[in-house]
Design a protein around this ligand. Structure first.
Ligand SMILES: Nc1ncnc2c1ncn2[C@@H]1O[C@H](COP(=O)(O)OP(=O)(O)OP(=O)(O)O)[C@@H](O)[C@H]1O
Length: 313
């Protein structure tokens, strides 16, 4: 059984705004699936339909085998949700929030265990949520999503406002959940985080799913190619990519040679060719296309700028 399955799902506002358009997507049980897209791509709308907060204009969706519209209660019972625009009760403590989630789901989780799992200590747990920093609030909201050990965790931008420790915690919690057989579906702009935890990613652009694959699969499909940069003692003579299989381009710039390889194995051939053209290779650097490169390739937009927190991870 698929954890999430949508078929030709469409949400139209008015006659011409398509928030999502003909979206067919399957997320298998036990997968960590990253749902990516630029602002306004339709990520939140998709999640809202899965949880029956929004009704589709056409198409269908199932979550853990339940119909998203008919069986919303059963879905809410088995799914842990961290919504994008969640809100907390300022006057209630962190512990009160977790107890509330425990009561709502009718489970018997120990609130202290949940709080501990998301890194909120006893003194933080006793304070009103209104005094929390953004990062603490995010941890608490994630704790509420984890109550009842859900089969599926849906996290909409889970890293918003978190410091590097918080981001690392989210990664650990996500991987733990998957290791226990749970499924994680999360949308994120933090592509390095997606790359670190996801089995597969789907890229949504203007309401349409433009790619679904593993990150390696996306690399192969885009053919962006890995790049190799050689520092040489003297420029190689007469070096071109023309007869070199798997090499898209070679540029010689003084004592540096840049080559773009569509076949990763061709990197060795580049080194051999440079040496055969009379140069001694002093240094070699290689770079695989990042998820940022792939994202830009599929959406023709720049991803959200990398934040200081991401850089320092
Ligand atoms: N209630 C609504 N009425 C009209 N248009 C809407 C409504 N809700 C969403 N949209 C439009 O649908 C599109 C998709 O929005 P959505 O919030 O799902 O995107 P998103 O990928 O989650 O964006 P972000 O990353 O900015 O949160 C946007 O163009 C948005 O303006």
């Amino acid at each position: 059984m698929a954890a999430i399955e949508t078929q030709n799902l469409t949400k139209r506002y008015g006659s011409d705004v398509y928030a999502i358009n003909d979206l067919s997507l399957t997320v298998e049980e036990g997968e960590v699936f990253g749902f990516l897209g630029p602002n306004g791509a339709g990520k939140s709308t998709t999640i809202d339909i899965l949880l029956d907060y929004v009704r589709p204009s056409a198409g269908s969706a199932t979550v853990l085998g339940y119909d998203a519209q008919r069986d919303a209660d059963a879905i809410h019972q088995r799914v842990g949700i961290l919504p994008d625009g969640y809100s907390l009760y300022d006057r209630l403590s962190g512990r009160d929030h977790i107890e509330f989630a425990v009561d709502l789901k009718g489970v018997n989780d120990d609130p202290d265990d949940v709080l501990d799992r998301v890194g909120l200590d006893a003194s933080a747990a006793a304070r009103p949520a209104g005094t929390y920093s953004k990062g603490m609030s995010q941890r608490l909201a994630l704790g509420m999503a984890l109550v009842g050990d859900p089969d599926l965790l849906i996290l909409d931008e889970p890293s918003t406002g978190l410091d590097p420790d918080g981001i690392a915690d989210i990664r650990e919690i996500t991987l733990d959940h998957a290791a226990d057989g749970g499924t994680v579906f999360f949308s994120s702009h933090i592509l390095s985080q997606v790359e670190a935890v996801c089995d597969r990613v789907g890229i949504l652009n203007r309401g349409r799913l433009v790619a679904v694959d593993t990150i390696d699969g996306l690399r192969d499909a885009v053919g962006t190619g890995s790049t190799i940069r050689l520092t040489v003692n003297t420029p190689p003579r007469g070096l071109t990519a023309d007869s070199m299989e798997g090499v898209a381009d070679i540029v010689v710039d003084g004592d540096t040679v840049h080559a773009t390889c569509t076949d990763p194995a061709a990197k060795i051939a580049v080194v051999d060719a440079v040496r055969a053209a009379g140069s001694t290779v002093l240094d070699i650097e290689t770079r695989e296309p990042s998820l940022e490169d792939l994202f830009a390739e599929y959406t023709h937009t720049e991803p959200a700028p990398t934040t200081v927190a991401e850089v320092s991870r």
